[in-house]
Ligand binder design. Structure first.
Ligand code: NIG
Ligand code: FE
Length: 413
């Protein structure tokens, strides 16, 4: 049955002509229609406009949105939502003074999660992960990217990607899978990083590609993890198998990962807590989306991505959660949007663009979601009765969601 939303106080992120992403000054514009209607059929947006042009209500399931806003559901383009157990102990260790780096050097960090995941069955991993997926859907996420990278053996990486595949099959939300075999050098290869790279390139990657388990390839390009040269090897191998790069760069140190991403036509370069002039410069006029992860900066007390500098240089910017057990145990995009405004000085318009249309682009979905456009998926947030969209970031630590719709269907609360 067709659905008709009526009396929408403001319909936000309305794009009649399809766009891929917005950058620079355009990010401060959030086109909208006040006192609007919206129609949905078979999960797709079929029409919208001013209430004065609203179709006859006969035959529609009616939703009265008086006093409420409608915007596209959040597009979370960077998560590690499939993981086993948690790292609560390391959280307390950090409170007591150990650094993230010290914890990782003592065998904690990514290797700690890998150890847990390797001994967790696929079924158990699925059960733990689906709880988190349901939680983020309730918090307004309507499309999501999920990475492997806590397996670090052939079996465990494939186990993670199979869990992502099962989530894809069992939930209406659009999910994109990324292979992150080069997340950390596993203990078994402690003194043989080259050997691990060979395993990833010659053994794991071809299997993943043959089973179509991932669309994207990622590397943690960082001092103490994978160098620019390592990153190039992995990206080149990924490309041979048709996997598009989306990479972790400039989180703790700036070592040229942004340049590598651009060189390999990465769809996105993510983290960017440290940005040098040349890192901003090289992203100009490219199709590589910079992605900021402010909840990670918040949780680890590290610098925030310099959003103002980047937007003022004319770049686009996307926002994502980085949901993972070590640096960001939160998948709440409402908090991400609020933190981007509060700590990165993005305006609400810029933050909403970054968390919708630009996030969709950063996972190859800007033709399907991220804006209110005829033909796109009806992935929608219907807000509570609020004054204006500024209330979304203003009420940080909370959310203003009444109901989330994914492909036109309400998400169970
Ligand atoms: O994006 N930086 C690399 N990977 C994750 C965190 C890894 C972990 O601590 O488990 C991130 O922050
Ligand atoms: Fe990450």
């Amino acid at each position: 049955m067709d659905t008709l939303f009526i009396n929408i106080k403001e319909l936000l992120q309305v794009r009649t002509a399809p766009i891929e992403f917005v950058s620079g000054k355009e990010m401060s514009e959030l086109p909208s229609i006040k006192n609007a209607y919206l129609t949905v059929r078979d999960g797709i947006i079929t029409g919208f406009g001013s209430m004065s042009n609203c179709p006859k209500t006969d035959g529609f399931k009616l939703i009265d949105a008086t006093g409420k806003l409608v915007l596209p559901a959040w597009c979370d383009s960077h998560t590690h939502l499939v993981y086993a157990g948690n790292r609560e102990g390391e959280f307390v260790d950090r409170i007591k003074g150990l650094s993230y780096e010290e914890i990782a050097n003592n065998g904690g960090g990514i290797l700690n999660s890998a150890k847990k995941l390797q001994v967790t069955s696929e079924e158990e991993l699925y059960q733990q992960s689906k709880v988190r997926l349901e939680e983020v859907m309730q918090l307004g996420t309507g499309a999501i990217e999920i990475k492997s990278g806590y397996g670090l053996t052939e079996d465990a990486e494939i186990k993670m990607l199979n869990v992502i595949k099962r989530l894809k099959e069992n939930y209406p939300i659009e999910i994109k899978a990324t292979f992150l075999g080069a997340h950390a050098v596993p203990s078994a290869y402690k003194n043989d990083k080259a050997g691990y790279l060979q395993l990833v390139i010659n053994s794991i990657l071809p299997k993943i590609a043959a089973q179509s388990l991932a669309s994207y390839i990622d590397v943690f390009c960082e001092t103490g993890y994978f160098s620019v040269a390592d990153t190039e090897l992995i990206l080149a191998a990924g490309k041979k198998h048709g996997l598009i790069p989306k990479i972790h760069v400039n989180q703790f140190t700036a070592i040229g990962g942004v340049q590598t991403g651009v060189k390999y036509n990465a769809l996105s370069v993510d983290h960017l807590e440290l940005m040098r002039e040349e890192d901003i410069e090289v992203l100009k006029n490219t199709r590589t989306m910079p992605v900021a992860l402010p909840s990670c900066s918040y949780f680890l007390s590290i610098p925030y991505t310099p959003a103002r500098k980047m937007i003022e240089a004319g770049l686009p910017l996307a926002l994502a959660t980085d949901y993972n057990p070590g640096s960001t145990p939160s998948g709440n995009m409402n908090f991400v949007v609020a933190t981007a405004c509060i700590k990165m000085k993005m305006t609400p318009e810029e933050a909403i663009n970054a968390a919708t249309i630009n996030g969709a682009y950063a996972m190859g979905l800007s033709d399907k979601t991220g804006s209110i456009t005829i033909g796109k998926q009806a992935n929608l947030i219907l807000t509570k009765q609020i004054n204006s969209f500024g209330c979304i970031p203003y009420s940080f630590g909370n959310h203003q969601i009444d109901t989330v719709y994914i492909k036109g269907m309400p998400v169970d609360k």
